[in-house]
Design a protein around this ligand. Structure first.
Ligand code: ADP
Ligand code: C5P
Length: 310
């Protein structure tokens, strides 16, 4: 398939950012377009490289089979005191705790997220809150995290309590410096400061009807929400339903997400079904990482490549 490419892709890891910075990939697209699926596929195929995924909005942590994510929820408290326990007891306790958190995550209660916490007043009227508007995100903190990761510093990604729409002030996910940083979210291309930190921008382009069908399935089956309770506020999850899809999600897609597609270097039709596109992207990242390694070994060697070719 034709993969539309833009000239902004011509910069390389070595020539634009200096030899030692990680390769930053942005993955955008509408809700339920398959962004997470595409990221998971890229990460799986890059298994011999250090890759981290940083999500701007919601990430269904249970889909990522990484125990460390659940453990790090408590890292602030537990790991700090780890030395006080004998190893066996600490491991057993961590396991139990992580199981509890996995259960909570399965119903979608806690996720990595740069969503702002709602004020008490906003939380009371959550059905009027637009989670698809750029203002719903803490872009300054998102930017700060990316800048640190690019400088190979580790960061603490906030954990969001989706039940109460609050930041879990005590819990963070520790993200360490890596060769590849993938930034995923519906609005990762919206802010130019964030966009300009990316070496490669991917837009997952999936038909709106398909996305809506997937979202209904995901929100009811995977996120425990009730599709029938359109205006009812009894459940904490009822604010996301067909009514609010039409009121907030679709207009925000038209106003903010779709216009940012023009910044993409690569557009992937059909998301995770498009194995050819994903293979080509992985191949490109491998090439860049090869150059990265070369630059690490020979810091005075700069690899110059003026065109991006798939
Ligand atoms: P996004 O991260 O863009 O919101 P996801 O990757 O989470 O999208 O996919 C949304 C939902 O659609 C999930 O339930 C996922 O399992 C499902 N899904 C994703 N890609 C496909 C596909 N190619 N075919 C069928 N279902 C898919
Ligand atoms: O994973 P996806 O890209 O679909 O995540 C973005 C969507 O998550 C947004 O369209 C927003 O409506 C939804 N969302 C949610 N619950 C929140 C915040 C955002 O379902 N508390």
């Amino acid at each position: 398939p034709a993969l539309p490419l833009s000239s902004s892709s011509s910069s390389t890891l070595a020539d634009s950012n200096g030899p030692k910075q990680p390769f930053v990939i942005g993955v955008s697209g509408g809700t339920a377009s398959g962004k997470t699926t595409v990221c998971d596929m890229i990460i799986q195929q890059l298994h011999d490289h250090r890759v981290v995924l940083v999500n701007q909005g919601c990430y269904d942590i249970h889909r990522q089979k990484q125990k460390s994510v659940t453990l790090s929820l408590l890292a602030g408290n537990l790991v700090r005191y780890e030395n006080l326990f004998c190893n066996a007891f600490a491991i057993m306790l961590e396991y139990q705790v992580s199981r509890c958190f996995e259960q909570l995550m399965l119903i979608g209660a806690f996720k990595d997220s740069f969503y702002r916490g709602l004020t008490a007043e906003e939380a009371k009227r959550v059905h009027e809150y637009n989670f698809d508007h750029p203002d719903a995100f803490d872009t300054e903190q998102f930017l700060e995290c990316i800048e640190k990761l690019r400088c190979t510093q580790s960061v603490q990604v906030p954990i969001y309590d989706f039940k109460n729409h609050r930041r879990c002030s005590e819990s963070f996910r520790q993200v360490n410096a890596s060769d590849v940083i993938i930034l995923e979210g519906i609005l990762v291309f919206h802010d130019p400061r964030v966009r300009n930190l990316m070496n490669m921008k991917i837009f997952v382009d999936t038909d709106a009807d398909v996305r809506l069908a997937r979202r209904i399935r995901r929100d009811t089956v995977e996120r425990g929400r009730d599709i029938n309770s359109v205006l009812e506020q009894a459940s904490p999850f009822t604010y996301l339903n067909i009514f609010l899809y039409a009121k907030f999600v679709k207009p925000a897609f038209d106003d903010f997400v779709l216009p940012s597609k023009k910044y993409a270097d690569v557009i992937i039709p059909r998301g995770g079904d498009n194995h050819v596109a994903i293979d080509l992207i992985v191949q490109h990242i491998r090439t860049k990482l090869g150059q990265h390694d070369l630059c690490k070994i020979y810091p005075n060697v700069y690899v110059i490549q003026s065109t991006f070719q798939i």
